[in-house]
Design a protein around this ligand. Structure first.
Ligand code: ARG
Ligand code: ASP
Length: 719
């Protein structure tokens, strides 16, 4: 009986098309798969309006933010909103830039920053802004070079070789850059060709009390009142082409920019998010889900809790420490909180059970149809995940409690990495200076006393018996008398890494002999202990398992598609440009709790509490509210702040334009609601919501609060 209902359920699950709300779609394939559905949902434009390679289309105004060295790993999305390269993204996306320009004298985090003229806009070397020129399906070209007898490693090498070749051919004689990525677990390949700008300047940002209102307390939750936006500008050379950062550059004139709609949307209206989602895992098996929810996530959460307790106490105690640790704390807290929501959501929506049903169904289908390549696939998954468990746990400790635990361990690791090139460096002085610059920037935001406390917690966690002895590096396991406080104090006193002057002096005197001395340093030894454990005991076996999983995942995906030939699948997010569409919609969060889709300035005032850092509303905003000095930025008499919709988004989508049915900008995506953050592994239309800051709040803050009217005038606003 149970079996029959399970199969029936599975049938429904499988037969439901991937349409409406769920899905992150490939812009060049909208015409084929989605546009009709989108238009049915209210979209008024054509597929070519979104993506066209012959004339300007909306895609030309969407920007992937990256970093020099990894420009295709977009950490956030931004959108162009003027013919002068003006760009909006989230406050949390520009947080690193704002933080880097901040000091006690110029505390832009606390006070905000608004350039009054182009000359005052601040440069951010190392930040890249990519605009997609076109995409191409290169699956056949790559597959032509592959065969079934290749090992996973040979295959990967071949794919890389051909990809590099195709990429080079595609951009030959241009200033463009191409990048091929696998889709559908390596069953397909697409090439993205970008124009990458290297001069991105900070134009404005509200103070954190607005841009990060609610802080980590409200992070990942609805109702939300965060003014999570900042303003940037792309600069180009005098020829309007990408150029290295230079005072001679000029504002970029884009092929397309978004018009801003101050008309607002209401519940049920069409919305779409156009941006660079980073990673999702929608096609994992039950074995993977179980391991994430029961092993990986809980341990990582535990380690980060200990770290955050120390950092938060430090930030509470001192204003300078608050500045130094603001960006770091936000980083650590962000995934920490998400993992907690994820575990809950996976549990509540029985994700692992749903997957088990699918797997059962898959096995029956494979048997019934004699699909020998798929028979036994799920058993193999089961074995592999069982074998993976202790390795993945050891790896999690090595990263979270080890290399990313006390920061000074990471410092030692980076210095070691750099020194490997010392012999080869032609200009030794320049080489030393580069390292010294790195050390100085590390120390700008470093507090040894705080880090020492973190190290104590990490040593304790490592030794608290969650791990088998063999997974604890000797230097961490054999601490005298298990007195971690004394040990950390001792190590911090002796090491050169914990003292800026010592480290700088060491770099100054660098030569083949002095490098050897590092091996006696206690922080260096700890770092080496962790690294050796990883490279000798953890990684070889873990990589072997992961490689085999790559093979299985490719097969599994191909099998799923073969089993459901009528279903339109969307590929997992991979930091390439995607469209998600849905509608503005409230949701039922819990028993008896229904959330409506809009928040307003009134809600900010309700949260106002000068004694709580995250809810301390700036006096100027209080005054604007008291005088109801809202300008034209209201709906039903209040200033809208945030709204939620059913768009399927993930990390990397932050800053993405949220567009209305006509393709006008109505908000900036920045987060998801707590109950549905498991959407990276299973999307549920009842509960998964993306959170956007309403563009009218953005305009209100720029205009009424910051008084940066010239920026309002630079945009094209539809009222
Ligand atoms: N949760 C959002 C995202 O994943 C916003 C993060 C902002 N950072 C923070 N710690 N509040 O990026
Ligand atoms: N806050 C995320 C980001 O930074 C968005 C999300 O995970 O929903 O991209």
């Amino acid at each position: 009986m149970r079996k029959i209902t399970l199969c029936f359920l599975a049938f429904i699950l499988i037969a439901l098309p991937g349409f409406a709300d769920e899905g992150m779609w490939i812009p060049m394939l909208l015409k084929k798969y989605n546009i009709e559905d989108m238009q049915k949902a209210g979209f008024k434009l054509t597929a070519e309006d979104i993506y066209d390679i012959n004339q300007a289309s909306l895609k030309d105004a969407v920007v992937g933010l990256g970093r020099e060295g990894s420009p295709f790993q977009h950490f956030c999305t931004a959108e162009i909103v003027s013919d002068q390269g003006l760009m909006i993204t989230n406050h949390h996306c520009a947080f690193g830039m704002i933080q880097a320009h901040s000091s006690l004298e110029h505390n832009y985090l606390r006070d905000g920053f608004w350039a009054k003229s182009l000359q005052e806009e601040l440069m951010n070397p190392g930040t890249t802004a990519s605009i997609l020129v076109r995409m191409e399906d290169v699956t056949d070209k790559i597959n032509a070079a592959l065969n079934d007898n290749m090992s996973e490693q040979e295959r990967a090498e071949k794919v890389k070789e051909i990809s590099r070749k195709l990429e080079a051919e595609a951009v030959k004689g241009t200033n463009l850059q191409a990048n091929i990525k696998p889709y559908f677990n390596g069953n397909q390949y697409f090439m993205s060709i970008f124009k990458i700008f290297r001069d991105v300047r900070l134009v404005g940002a509200p103070n954190s009390a607005i841009g990060k209102f609610g802080g980590d307390t409200d992070n990942w939750t609805w109702p939300r009142h965060t003014g999570d936006f900042s303003v940037l500008r792309i600069y180009a050379g005098p020829d309007n082409e990408p150029a290295a950062v230079s005072p001679n550059n000029v504002p970029y004139k884009p092929a397309k920019f978004f018009k801003v709609s101050a008309r607002g949307v209401k519940e049920g209206d069409f919305t779409m998010v156009f941006g660079y989602p980073g990673t999702t895992n929608e096609y994992l098996t039950s074995y993977a889900i179980d391991q994430i929810a029961n092993v990986e996530d809980p341990h990582k959460i535990k380690i980060r809790t200990a770290k955050l307790d120390v950092i938060n106490a430090a930030m509470e105690s001192d204003e300078l420490l608050r500045i130094k640790y603001a960006a770091k704390a936000a980083n650590v807290a962000n995934a920490w909180k998400k993992w907690q929501g994820e575990i809950k959501g996976l549990d509540r929506f029985n994700t692992a059970d749903n997957k088990r049903v699918l797997e059962q169904n898959f096995n029956q289908w494979a048997q019934a149809n004699g699909k020998s390549q798929y028979i036994g696939l799920t058993d193999r998954y089961k074995e592999l995940y069982a074998a993976r468990e202790e390795y993945i746990l050891a790896a999690a400790y090595a990263m979270e409690a080890g290399l990313n635990g006390a920061e000074v361990i990471g410092l030692a690791r980076n210095i070691k990495g750099a020194l490997e090139y010392f012999d080869k460096a032609e200009d030794k002085d320049k080489f030393k200076q580069t390292i010294k610059d790195y050390v100085t920037s590390f120390y700008k935001d470093y507090d040894p006393a705080t880090d020492e406390r973190i190290l104590v917690e990490m040593l304790k966690l490592y030794n608290n018996k969650d791990l088998g002895e063999q997974w604890i590096p000797g230097v961490i396991r054999d601490i005298k008398g298990n007195n971690y406080e004394r040990h950390a104090a001792d190590v911090f006193k002796k090491s050169i890494f914990t003292h800026e002057e010592r480290l700088l002096a060491f770099v100054d005197k660098l030569n083949a002999k002095t490098v050897k001395k590092l091996e006696k340093d206690p922080i260096y030894q700890m770092m080496e202990g962790i690294q050796n454990l990883r490279s000798e005991k953890i990684n070889p076996e873990l990589s072997r398992i992961e490689r085999e999983l790559v093979t299985l995942n490719r097969l599994w995906m191909a099998g799923l598609m073969e089993m459901q030939p009528d279903k339109v699948f969307y590929p997992d997010a991979n930091s390439t440009l995607r469209i998600a569409y849905g509608k503005v919609s409230g949701y039922k969060a819990l028993d008896a709790v229904y959330y409506t889709p809009y928040t307003t300035l009134k809600g900010i005032m309700e949260k106002d509490n000068p004694n709580i850092y995250d809810y301390d509303v700036p006096q100027k905003l209080r005054d604007l509210y008291k005088n109801r000095d809202f300008g034209p930025y209201t709906q039903d008499g209040e200033v809208p702040v945030c709204f939620i919709a059913t768009n399927h988004t993930t990390g990397g989508n932050s800053g993405s334009p949220v567009l209305d049915a006509e393709g006008n900008l109505i908000g900036l995506n920045f987060d998801r609601a707590w109950e549905g953050v498991m959407s990276d592994m299973q999307y549920s239309p009842e509960i998964c919501r993306n959170i956007a800051v309403d563009i009218r709040f953005v305009l209100f803050i720029i205009d009424k609060y910051a008084g940066a009217k010239h920026l309002i005038e630079e945009m094209e606003i539809i009222r």
